[in-house]
Design a protein around this ligand. Structure first.
Ligand code: SF4
Length: 88
C-alpha cells in the first residue's frame, strides 16, 4: 500500500481525456474538464478523499494503484496531473 496525493490542475486541463483511459478514477466533470471521483471505478472500491481548492482537485489515496495514477499523469498532454507519494 502506498499513500499518495493526486493533484489535477484545472487551468492547464484541456478536456482531452487521455487520463480517463489510463485510470478510471478520472472522470469528466460538468464543466467539460476532468475531475477525480474515486467512486467512478465500478471494479475497484478503494476509497480515497477528494477536495477542491483554488482551481485544483486534490485526491489522497492509500492503495496499490499509484502506477495507474502515474500513467494518467504521463498521458496528459498538458501535464495537468501531478502524483506525489506522501511520507507516512
Ligand atoms: S488528460 Fe490532462 S488535459 Fe486531458 S482531461 Fe485529463 S487532466 Fe485534462
Amino acid at each position: 500500500m502506498t499513500t499518495y496525493e493526486v493533484t489535477l490542475n484545472k487551468d492547464p486541463c484541456d478536456g482531452i481525456f487521455a487520463c480517463l483511459t489510463r485510470d478510471p478514477r478520472f472522470v469528466e466533470a460538468d464543466d467539460g474538464l476532468a475531475t477525480i471521483d474515486p467512486d467512478a471505478d465500478p471494479i475497484y472500491d478503494g476509497g480515497g478523499e477528494v477536495h477542491e481548492e483554488d482551481g485544483r482537485v486534490v485526491a489522497t489515496f492509500d492503495d496499490d494503484r499509484i502506477e495507474e495514477a502515474k500513467q494518467a499523469a504521463a498521458a496528459c498532454p498538458t501535464n495537468a496531473i501531478v502524483v506525489e507519494e506522501v511520507e507516512e
